[in-house]
Design a protein around this ligand. Structure first.
Ligand code: TRP
Length: 351
């Protein structure tokens, strides 16, 4: 039996998703849609909190992310899939919650500080040393154009996403803990200020996620060009698997090797139920890298083939995609409207 409890999560549209995103988040979302009343969305407004001056591909990336979600197995019959900016109630509640959010909560948010540092690093790559970067960081209250009002308010918008749908659980990565804490604090603060508990206090839903390295052994990331994308052409995947980074000390097929740090072994841990045995075989020099890679590819192939078929059906049926988006928008907006009406009443904006 499916629980009535609401689960909600979002992802910023950054372009095509890869196996790191799949094993890190999407796979979990797909499992949750059978257990809870799930809302999953493309956080396009959140993209604007940093990349407000790079919107050329925003709508296209949102659509690509929708297709990725569907490719991974999200089913619009089982969950509500929508685009954040399609639901105007979100922006309205964001304004209202902004009124009751103490500035200190946002300025002290460690994620905010880290992100600013990251953005500054990108902006001044090669121009400033660590010390000058640190000085810049301490003066960000100034006119640095990377720290906009919207950027500071990132956690308020995220809290809005969660609270407006009355989510009980929010599947997120550990890096989102501070943001989620602000959502919980805001739910309580609203009740303190206005005397009525309108919102559900959300809890994070952490999952044990597999570490998915890129094919070169670094973290799988679009900017490293080391990804396998969701629905990638199967021949291209085969080439990538055969080119995966392995223990550089293993020169011959029967050399004993160290599976720690071997990308092929990291993938066996995800796709091979007998990965522990493979670990021993590798250490004993009982299997060569080429055979090991071939076996891995065979294990990955059925799922990846199914992905690329699914992707094609959605890519080739624009009408179906539009319908999914429209239905998601309607369901998300209807649920949001209920919360918003209660909020406005409690705040006495309406009688
Ligand atoms: N901040 C999240 C991330 O970067 C994306 C996000 C936006 C989100 N709104 C949310 C996640 C609400 C969960 C719930 O990954």
């Amino acid at each position: 039996m499916k629980s009535d409890k609401i689960v909600l999560s979002g992802m910023r549209p950054t372009g095509k998703l890869h196996l790191g995103n799949f094993h890190g988040a999407l796979k979990n979302w797909v499992a949750l849609q059978d257990k809870y009343n799930c809302y999953f969305f493309v956080a396009d407004l959140h993209s604007l909190t940093t990349a407000y001056d790079h919107t050329e591909n925003l709508a296209a990336n949102s659509e690509a992310m929708l297709i990725d979600g569907l490719t991974a197995g999200l089913d619009p019959q089982k969950c509500t899939i929508f685009i954040q900016s399609d639901v105007p109630q979100v922006s309205e509640l964001n304004t209202l919650l902004g009124m009751i959010t103490p500035l200190g909560w946002l300025l002290r948010n460690p994620t905010y500080k880290e992100q600013i540092q990251e953005l500054l690093k990108q902006k001044y790559a090669g121009q400033l040393d660590e010390k000058s970067l640190g000085e810049k960081l301490s003066s960000i209250a100034g006119d640095e154009d990377i720290s906009s009002f919207g950027f500071l308010g990132y956690p308020v918008l995220m809290a809005t996403d969660i609270l407006i749908q009355q989510a009980a659980y929010v599947p997120v990565g550990k890096d989102q803990t501070a943001h989620l804490e602000i959502a919980r604090d805001l739910a309580r603060r609203f009740a303190e200020v206005y005397g009525e508990q309108v919102f559900t206090e959300p809890e994070p839903l952490y999952t044990n996620v597999a570490r998915v390295p890129g094919i070169d052994g670094r973290k799988m990331s679009k900017s490293y060009h080391n990804t396998i994308t969701l629905g990638e052409d199967i021949d291209s995947v085969r080439k990538k698997v055969m080119a995966m980074f392995t223990d550089p000390n293993k020169k011959k097929a029967n050399d004993p090797a160290n599976p720690e740090g071997c990308v092929v072994f990291a993938f066996h841990q995800i796709y091979n139920p007998n990965a522990a045995k493979r670990c021993e075989e590798c250490k004993a020099g009982a299997i060569g890298c080429v055979a090991c890679k071939k076996e891995l590819f065979a294990l990955m192939e059925p799922e990846l083939k199914a992905f690329s078929e699914r992707r094609k059906t959605f890519e080739n049926d624009k009408a179906q995609l539009d319908k999914i988006v429209a239905e998601g928008r309607e369901r998300a907006a209807a649920n949001a409207a209920k919360t918003l009406a209660a909020v406005k009443k409690t705040m006495r904006l309406v009688k």
